[in-house]
Design a binder for this molecule. Structure first.
Ligand SMILES: [Zn+2]
Length: 97
């Protein structure tokens, strides 16, 4: 219906209201096809904080736990190996003290 209505109307008003009608039509065309990507990209860049968080998480996940670090089995914090008080229990100095 909309396309049938637009087609003859476009040719009729092409010279007077060409810009508005054309813009509307083109916008709809683009929206149906590309808006998903565009909006997603725009949202990711500055609208949704979640996107930024995912970026940070990715950056962190690249190096989840260094080999010179360990997770204390008592407080479950990641400490440097130098803080490892008991290699069998895997507890940090704070917990061992
Ligand atoms: Zn601990």
């Amino acid at each position: 219906m909309a396309t049938d209505y637009d087609a003859p109307r476009k040719t009729d008003e092409e010279q007077s209201e060409e810009s508005i009608e054309e813009l509307k039509a083109r916008r709809h065309d683009k929206n149906s096809g590309k808006v998903d990507e565009d909006e997603a990209e725009a949202a990711e860049s500055f609208e949704l904080p979640g996107a930024d968080l995912s970026h940070e998480e990715l950056a962190v996940e690249v190096k989840p736990k260094q080999e010179d670090e360990f997770t204390c089995m008592s407080c479950f914090l990641v400490h440097h190996r130098s803080q490892l008080a008991d290699t069998k229990k895997m507890i940090c100095r704070d917990c061992a003290a």
